[in-house]
Write a protein that binds this ligand. Structure first.
Ligand code: WQD
Length: 339
């Protein structure tokens, strides 16, 4: 009997890639999204990749009645929760919008888990580690006080899941702490679709290369790192999506060691902004227009994962090279531009 996975926010960048990998791994998938933060490009791309019209429920997870109806209409075996706002800077300007949307939507899902017994996979973030004292970070590394309401909602939702698992029988949970998701599907039919000016590095790079942006500003080249620019753990979006399939299987196949588990999902390889720009130019055979600019408030100097636990317990390992990822990101940007 095929298991059914609900992907909340499934029309988004990460949700769409996870939907493809889940379907290709043999799961039935229900996508639910209110399209507040994306258009239908990725949903249409998912249907093209999978060769079928995927079940789609257009709804807002802040609407408890709509959430209850969704779980009445579909027999859900596991839920992956992506539906949230995710722009760090915007969250500082609009904290209540972030707290209301990101916390209430997850509480509504946890209410269903409490009512029906459910496996819940939460999309968390390495941002919970703040500026780590020791590198690489493991799951035991201390969470630092959040530096943005966005980061705070990630920490609070991890705690909501942890406490719900402890209190309500039949609820199991995994939090995946992503490092920096980048890239696009090799088909170039789904990828990152930032609204307006991209906050994140790779979409700004590809939009500069395609001519949508004049020049990339590299925020700070005076950090205490080998080349003076910040270091991150950039993880290919398809590798990241496959980690979700491993986590769903772990929950549904009864392989969890504890009812609540946390995994770092990263490559374990630090890459600096300058290294990423240089790799992008090399693999795509182009020169990027960039300049050094002052540091961006809130940036951490360096963070990268110790992915041992995910490698060993999830049976998952990042496989794609940063060059492959940047080539896919560029192919996606060119397709968006109709090239
Ligand atoms: C990476 C590096 C910038 C843009 C955030 C969130 C994380 C996740 C991913 C949502 C930094 C530099 C960037 C630019 C630059 N959130 N940069 N010029 O800040 O590590 O992580 O996004 O999905 O939870 O915290 O990612 O891509 O914004 O920045 O120099 O135009 O690139 O200073 O050093 P970040 P990022």
């Amino acid at each position: 009997m095929k298991k059914t996975v609900l992907v909340s926010g499934g029309a988004g960048f990460i949700g769409s890639h996870v939907t493809v990998e889940l379907a290709q791994a043999g799961y039935d998938v229900v996508i639910a999204d209110n399209f507040s933060n994306c258009d239908r490009t990725n949903y249409d791309g998912v249907c093209r990749i999978l060769g079928k019209k995927m079940p789609l429920v257009e709804m807002d997870f802040c609407d408890a009645k709509a959430v209850d109806k969704l779980f009445d209409d579909y027999k859900i075996d596991a839920c992956i929760h992506f539906a949230a706002y995710k722009a760090v800077g915007e969250s500082v300007a609009e904290p209540l919008m972030y707290y209301r949307n990101n916390l209430l939507s997850f509480i509504n899902i946890l209410d269903q888990a409490h009512k029906r017994g459910l496996n819940v996979l939460f999309s968390s973030s390495a941002t919970v580690y703040g500026e780590p004292e020791h590198l690489p970070v493991t799951e035991k590394s201390p969470r630092q006080p959040a530096t943005s309401p966005y980061g705070n909602t990630k920490q609070m939702c991890e705690d909501f899941l942890r406490d719900s698992v402890a209190a309500y029988p039949g609820v199991k949970g995994i939090a995946l702490r992503y490092f920096n998701p980048i890239g696009a599907h090799p088909s170039a039919l789904i990828g990152e679709l930032p609204r307006g000016v991209p906050n994140n590095l790779v979409p700004f790079i590809t939009q500069t290369a395609i001519g949508k942006r004049e020049c990339l500003s590299i925020f700070g080249n005076d950090y205490p790192t080998p080349d003076g620019t910040c270091q991150r753990d950039y993880i290919d979006i398809v590798d990241l999506a496959k980690a979700h399939v491993c986590a769903v299987a772990r929950m549904l196949d009864g392989k969890m060691k504890k009812p609540y588990e946390v995994f770092n999902v990263g490559t374990g390889r630090p890459v600096s902004v300058m290294e990423l720009v240089t790799a992008f130019e090399k693999v795509n055979g182009l020169k990027l227009n960039y300049k050094f600019a002052p540091r961006r408030a809130g940036d951490v100097t360096a963070i990268w994962a110790d992915p041992t636990l995910a490698n060993e317990d999830l049976g998952w390992k990042a496989e794609r090279s940063v060059e492959e990822t940047l080539a896919a990101a560029w192919a996606w940007e060119k397709r968006l531009a109709g090239k």
